[in-house]
Design a protein around this ligand. Structure first.
Ligand code: HXC
Length: 294
């Protein structure tokens, strides 16, 4: 669904979203500041134009991944990461596929030494390093490297017809961009092992039940709902958002003791920021906070 249609879906729900619609429908495209990509579209949307939508667009919506696609995604993500006017990033695909995986025809002719020498997949996990919240809006297939790309997002919203799978085992290989690790951390040993060893598809309802996906929506409402979520997040301090995001991720990377210590230090750190002071003062004064990202 186009961003303009996403706006239409939201039309009339609330006065605020009605205002959003006007802005979403007359999108200010970002092309003047962003390079033209071959397989990726970028747009800034939302009432405050502070939500960046990065849309994969290759092979009639199948969105097969290769180094060029990944480099374009990385470039877009890190340009928005540095852009202070953007608070939240959304990564999405087509209604048919978020991404149907790596191009098997490219991999078929690759050998071990080439994979090692070229550090194949090194750049494929880069987006997980963005400081800003990255939300995956997944419609259709998220397979292999496409599933792994979704797993690098901080939150996944999915369309009711989304399908997740790691089918690498069916073509004589295994996940290489985080699937065995992130799936296991997200939904535990048994479900992750079943997916990785069988290549079986997991549908949207199962994925939500397993905790892989936060919420599911009719496909034509997915992007609109994801933008709504992004705008809610973007209404908070960007600085504190990045601190909180980092702290949640630390839960996956350290022991509980170290994670709790990191969280406490970060919490104390918020008391050194202008935005923490503004947030609490605004609450006491019964007004909306005005954050300055400091
Ligand atoms: C190369 C692919 C492809 C892929 C589809 N095609 N997926 N080519 N690599 N991953 C090609 C098909 O061969 C076909 O080409 C055309 O795209 C359309 O595909 P169809 O199968 O006709 O379409 P459809 O019936 O709609 O089925 C869509 C599909 C199916 C469910 C996505 O194509 C499929 O299962 N593809 C394989 C998906 C997969 O295994 N992904 C994981 C790859 S491994 P022609 O020439 O016949 O028109 C991976 C490892 C990553 O991602 C490593 C770490 C990052």
């Amino acid at each position: 669904m186009s961003i303009a249609n996403a706006g239409r879906v939201l039309f009339g729900r609330t006065p605020k979203l009605t205002r959003n619609l006007a802005q979403i429908s007359s999108l200010k495209f970002y092309s003047s500041q962003m390079p033209k990509y071959e397989f990726v579209k970028t747009e800034k949307v939302g009432e405050n134009q502070n939500i960046a939508v990065i849309t994969l667009d290759r092979m009639k919506g199948l969105n097969l991944l290769n180094n060029t696609v990944i480099n374009e995604v990385n470039d877009a993500v890190f340009k928005f990461d540095k852009d202070d006017s953007v608070s939240v990033l959304i990564l999405t695909g087509s209604e048919k596929a978020f991404a149907a995986g790596a191009d098997v025809k490219d991999m078929q002719v690759m050998d071990y030494s080439q994979a090692v020498k070229e550090e194949f997949l090194e750049s494929w996990t880069a987006i997980s390093k963005t400081r800003k919240p990255l939300i995956g809006a997944v419609n259709g297939y998220a397979l292999g490297g496409g599933c792994e790309l979704a797993l690098m997002c901080d939150i996944i919203y999915a369309g009711e017809k989304a399908q997740f799978a790691q089918p690498e085992i069916t073509i004589g290989t295994m996940p290489g961009a985080g699937g065995t690790q992130r799936l296991t951390r997200n939904m535990g040993l048994s479900k992750a092992m079943e997916m990785v060893l069988t290549g079986n598809y997991m549908n949207a309802v199962e994925a939500e039940k397993a905790g892989l996906v936060s919420k599911i929506f009719p496909p034509d409402q997915l992007l609109a709902e994801t933008i709504k979520l992004a705008e809610k997040i973007a209404s908070h301090s960007p600085l504190i958002i990045s601190m909180a995001k980092k702290s949640v991720h630390i839960a996956y990377e350290t022991t509980l003791k170290q994670g709790l210590q990191f969280e406490r230090t970060s919490f104390y750190g918020t008391f050194a920021t202008a935005d923490r002071k503004e947030g609490m003062t605004a609450f006491v004064e019964k007004r909306a906070p005005k954050y300055i990202n400091e």
